[in-house]
Design a binder for this molecule. Structure first.
Ligand code: IMP
Ligand code: MG
Length: 175
């Protein structure tokens, strides 16, 4: 049986409320600089679009793409950069914007990769944190919601490329 979206884990109003709080916190903590928000494609595209509109201050954006999952619900463990930034981050205040931190390998990899380019500061903002599944130690600067070990779809999260357009975050049935 193919797995399908089940019950709502986080409703759209709840997401919107939390994104608004994150946006204000980012603006407050970056007053006086123009941070560069780096979205991790494809999952974080929806979150990024809402987050930047919740930050009432000047900012710049760019994107990177990584691939770590196949078509299933468990990471292969190997992270691969499939699209790079289009601007230099040297001397910039960079905020990496992720959809979810699971094992932590993707953010760990991206952090190390970005640090070699000498940003002035580097922070991580993730909408979801599946903290129980962490395999590598990480500091996350902005976290939307800590969630249990369920596979989620919707609001950018996919299963084999599907369900990214759902407005709410749903757990997969039986995950
Ligand atoms: P990590 O490297 O194990 O931390 O995995 C992070 C990446 O796995 C995220 O950026 C997502 O693309 C993907 N991922 C992890 N958990 C889920 C989930 O529940 N639903 C959809 N994608 C997920
Ligand atoms: Mg992702």
């Amino acid at each position: 049986m193919p797995q399908r979206p089940g019950g709502v884990l986080i409703a759209r109003e709840e997401i919107a409320g939390r994104v608004a709080e994150l946006g204000l916190a980012i603006a407050r903590e970056h007053a006086g600089s123009v941070p560069l928000l780096v979205g991790v494609l494809k999952g974080a595209a929806i979150f990024m679009a809402d987050l930047i509109r919740a930050i009432p201050a000047p900012l710049a954006t760019d994107f990177m793409a990584v691939s770590s999952y196949g078509a299933g619900t468990r990471s292969s463990g190997a992270v691969r950069l499939t699209a790079d930034l289009s601007v230099s981050i040297e001397g910039r205040d960079v905020i990496l914007v992720e959809d979810i931190v699971d094992s932590g390998r993707t953010v760990h990899y991206l952090r190390r990769n970005l640090e070699t380019r000498h940003p002035r500061s580097l922070k991580v903002c993730t909408l979801l944190d599946k903290i129980e599944r962490r395999q590598v130690e990480l500091t996350l600067d902005y976290v939307g919601f800590v969630i249990p070990d369920r596979f989620v779809v919707g609001y950018g999260f996919d299963l084999g490329g599907l369900y990214r357009g759902l407005s709410e975050i749903r757990a997969l049935e039986d995950s």
